[in-house]
Design a protein around this ligand. Structure first.
Ligand SMILES: Nc1nc2c(ncn2[C@@H]2O[C@H](COP(=O)(O)OP(=O)(O)OP(=O)(O)O)[C@@H](O)[C@H]2O)c(=O)[nH]1
Ligand SMILES: [Mg+2]
Length: 319
């Protein structure tokens, strides 16, 4: 029988038990005391190197991720190490909080790897996590790290603020576009530019490639970059360009390590801590709004014997 205690589960997960790992990730998603215990243990471990793959629906993210899995298990390594012995993949669809069609689709597309013992694929959903997906994902990544995963891939569907947020939990963020992308992503270009470490124009077998590259290059001209995101053309279905993509990831990692990786990690942890703080404060507000004193303050407001500022201060002081 599989234990329930996070400590024991981590031991099993480190030994390769996928059932134990899956249970730990469910704890992370579910929120509450078990989540906190799990996260506390997970943060003692080294986090994996995280590659985020994000972009609009249907761009070929899963097909590319699939290619990256194969590449990294066959020959991918960092700093001349042995190829990765296992890869963790998280699939995140912020628009569907429950396991929906898109996620099922991901599973099917990564079918070749679903039965591979070296690959762990998980669709993330939030079932009560205080900070929603944008905190559940970094927590889950830590759990993978504690289970000895040195590399994790995170596929996020969409191009909104939430996706950009999730992508910022990655060390290297790959933004997947397609020929003719301009129209689909016009509104979110600025956000994507901010998070992209690497641009991919996937479906390079389709017309409009040259225009899209020009468009991207023009956009990149406008910014100043310590690291200028390379633009890689891929055809994920045939595998063309995917080795170049992996090389670009390795290069970007080297750039991070050369520069100030500590600063990068600190900035990321600061965002994470801020998010946890906001989430906690928000839940405090909800708690106060359900207390008895709240109604009393509302009555006082209605009667004109107090104002919202004093009422709020009083509620906070009583809490
Ligand atoms: N022509 C062409 N089709 C591709 C290429 N890459 C992926 N596709 C096809 O595009 C469709 C969507 O691919 P996915 O990999 O599922 O795309 P996705 O971005 O993961 O999709 P969602 O997760 O649903 O957002 C599939 O039918 C793929 O076979 C490519 O390079 N060229
Ligand atoms: Mg997908």
């Amino acid at each position: 029988m599989i234990p329930r205690e996070p400590l024991e589960l981590f031991e099993l997960a480190r030994g390769g038990s996928r059932t134990a790992l899956a249970r730990l990730l469910t704890y992370v998603e579910s929120g509450g005391a078990t989540q906190l215990d799990t996260v506390a243990l997970a943060y003692e471990a080294r986090s994996p190197y995280v590659v985020g793959v994000t972009g609009p629906p249907g761009g070929g993210k899963s097909t590319l991720t699939d290619r990256l899995i194969t590449l990294t298990l066959d020959c991918g390594s960092f700093d001349g190490d042995d190829p990765f012995d296992q890869v963790g993949v998280l699939c995140v669809d912020p628009s569907s909080p429950f396991t929906g069609g898109a996620i099922l689709g991901d599973r099917i597309r990564m079918q070749d790897h679903a039965t591979n013992e070296h690959v762990f694929i998980r669709s993330m959903a939030t079932r009560g996590h205080l900070g929603g997906l944008s905190l559940a994902v970094p927590d889950a990544l830590r759990v993978l790290g504690a289970a000895n995963f040195r590399l994790a891939l995170v596929e996020t569907v969409g191009v909104g603020q939430m996706e950009v947020d999730i992508a910022s939990a990655a060390d290297t963020t790959v933004v997947v576009t397609n020929p003719g992308w301009g129209d689909a992503m016009q509104a979110s270009k600025a956000g994507l530019l901010e998070v992209a470490d690497i641009f991919v124009i996937n479906k390079a077998d389709r017309p409009g490639l040259r225009e899209t590259r020009r468009d991207l290059e023009q956009m990149l001209e406008l910014g100043e970059h310590a690291w200028r995101p390379p633009i890689i053309e891929t055809t994920a279905t045939s595998g063309a360009g995917t080795a170049e993509l992996w090389d670009a990831i390795v290069e970007h990692r080297a750039h991070l390590l050369e520069g100030n990786y500590e600063v990068h990690r600190r900035a990321r942890l600061r965002r994470e801590l801020d998010k946890v703080l906001s989430a906690m404060l928000r839940s405090k507000v909800t708690e106060l709004a359900h207390g008895v004193s709240y109604d009393a303050q509302l009555d006082a407001l209605l009667a004109g014997t107090t104002d919202p500022y004093h009422a709020a201060e009083k509620l906070l002081a009583e809490s």
